[in-house]
Design a protein around this ligand. Sequence first.
Ligand SMILES: [Zn+2]
Length: 239
Amino acid sequence: MNKYLEDLVKLSKFDTQISMFEPQIEREKAKLATFVETAEAIKQSINKTYAEIDDVKSKRTKNNIHLSELKNKLEDISKKHNLVQNEKEVKALQLEEEITKEQISFANEEIQRLDQITEVKEIELKESQEKLANEEAEIKDIQVAVDNQIEEINNQRNVVYHERSELLEKFDNKILTFYEKIKRWAKESAVVPVKKQSCYGCFMKINDKTYAEVIKSEEIINCPHCGRILYKEDETVEA
Ligand SMILES: [Zn+2]
């Protein structure tokens, strides 16, 4: 194979490898992100439950105040019993007393109901807090694994960068410029193999004459359709 073409194939393969490191790192980070999201959702539900408990407790306080007002009222009524003059006033007072007692029992029931709600919410809260603690422990483990994985990827990337720069040291400048021009629009597919007599970049069939030249590999051949640099894959199967 033409020496320049051989170098181009190598360079293109390095560039393809390099382009894959960043997505790999992103995938690792995404793994962690899903766990962090779950933890965030639990935190929000904990905050919501806290707010709900506060709300119930403030309702309970209001009921308690109301209850002590009603108790005072009941005391006043019983004091008035000695002052009433006639049957009509006695009945009116009795009615007021009954209504107040009903209100007291209603307020007591309401306090009981609110206490039950608080109890349920506090159990909920405890469960969420346990869930959060588990999630956070898991996040710690995953963080370590992800960090290790990213370090490994970065090491591999450094190796490829190093090999690439070694290759570039003795690279022909014109060929490099030519390659980079194509790479500007073709990205990682500036140099592509020919498979089944088709360009592996644009997937168009290549005419026999061009195909024969690609097989010969004596010159750098561009795809007549898209302009990418072509090579015959079989001859460059590498370890
Ligand atoms: Zn093509």
